[in-house]
Design a protein around this ligand. Structure first.
Ligand SMILES: [Zn+2]
Ligand SMILES: [Zn+2]
Length: 188
C-alpha cells in the first residue's frame, strides 16, 4: 500500500476520466503512475480563440506570481517524497509555461490534486500548446540571436555554419522575425 506523501494517509484506487489512479482518502492528492498523464488528458477538447489565449496567458502569469509570492512568504517551497521510492520529487510547471505545479518522480509518476488536474485540462482546452510553441520559438530566436552576435563574420545567419542545412532554418527564422517582430505577433 502506498502512502500519500502530503498527509501520510493511504492512497486508494480511484478513477478519473476513465483512468485508474490512486487518490488520498484524506487530502486532495492524486497519484498517477508514470506515462499515464496523456490518458488522463486524452478527452480534452481544444477550443481556441485569440481573446481566450490572451486571457490564458494572464492566468498563467498570475499563477507564476502567486507561486513566487508563496515561496517568498514561506521561505521555501514544498517538496514531497515519491510514494514509491521515497526520493524527493521534482517540482515542475506543467508544460513549462502553465505554472500549474506538479510533483514528479521521473521513474515512478506524478502527484497532483483534483484542482491542479482541472487547471492542466483547462490550459490544454484553451490552447495552451500554442503558448508552449510561442515560448520555444522565443527561446530559439534568442539562441539564434546569440549565435549571430558571437559570429565574427557578421549578422547573416547564413554564414554561421557554412553548408549546413540549419542555415536554411536560420535564414527562414530571421526572415520571419523581420516580417513579424515579436511586439506585432498575434500571440504576444
Ligand atoms: Zn493526502
Ligand atoms: Zn519514485
Amino acid at each position: 500500500m502506498l502512502i500519500c506523501p502530503a498527509c501520510g494517509s493511504s492512497l486508494e484506487p480511484a478513477r478519473e476520466a476513465g483512468v485508474e489512479l490512486l487518490a488520498c482518502g484524506r487530502c486532495p492528492r492524486l497519484w498517477l503512475e508514470r506515462n499515464r498523464l496523456p490518458d488522463l488528458l486524452a478527452d480534452v477538447r481544444r477550443t481556441i480563440s485569440p481573446n481566450d489565449l490572451a486571457a490564458l496567458r494572464r492566468v498563467c502569469q498570475q499563477r507564476k506570481k502567486s507561486a513566487v509570492a508563496e515561496a517568498e512568504l514561506f521561505g521555501s517551497v514544498e517538496y514531497f517524497p515519491c510514494p514509491q521510492c521515497a526520493r524527493p520529487m521534482q517540482r515542475k510547471s506543467f508544460a513549462r509555461v502553465s505554472y500549474v505545479v506538479v510533483h514528479v518522480c521521473p521513474e515512478h509518476g506524478l502527484l497532483l490534486t483534483a484542482e491542479t488536474l482541472g487547471q492542466v485540462r483547462d490550459f490544454l482546452a484553451r490552447g495552451g500548446e500554442l503558448l508552449v510553441w510561442e515560448r520555444l520559438y522565443a527561446d530559439l530566436a534568442e539562441k539564434l540571436r546569440q549565435v549571430v552576435a558571437d559570429n565574427p563574420r557578421g549578422r547573416k545567419g547564413a554564414d554561421v555554419f557554412p553548408d549546413h542545412p540549419v542555415n536554411l532554418e536560420i535564414r527562414a527564422l530571421l526572415a520571419l522575425e523581420e516580417a513579424f517582430p515579436p511586439e506585432s505577433s498575434a500571440l504576444s
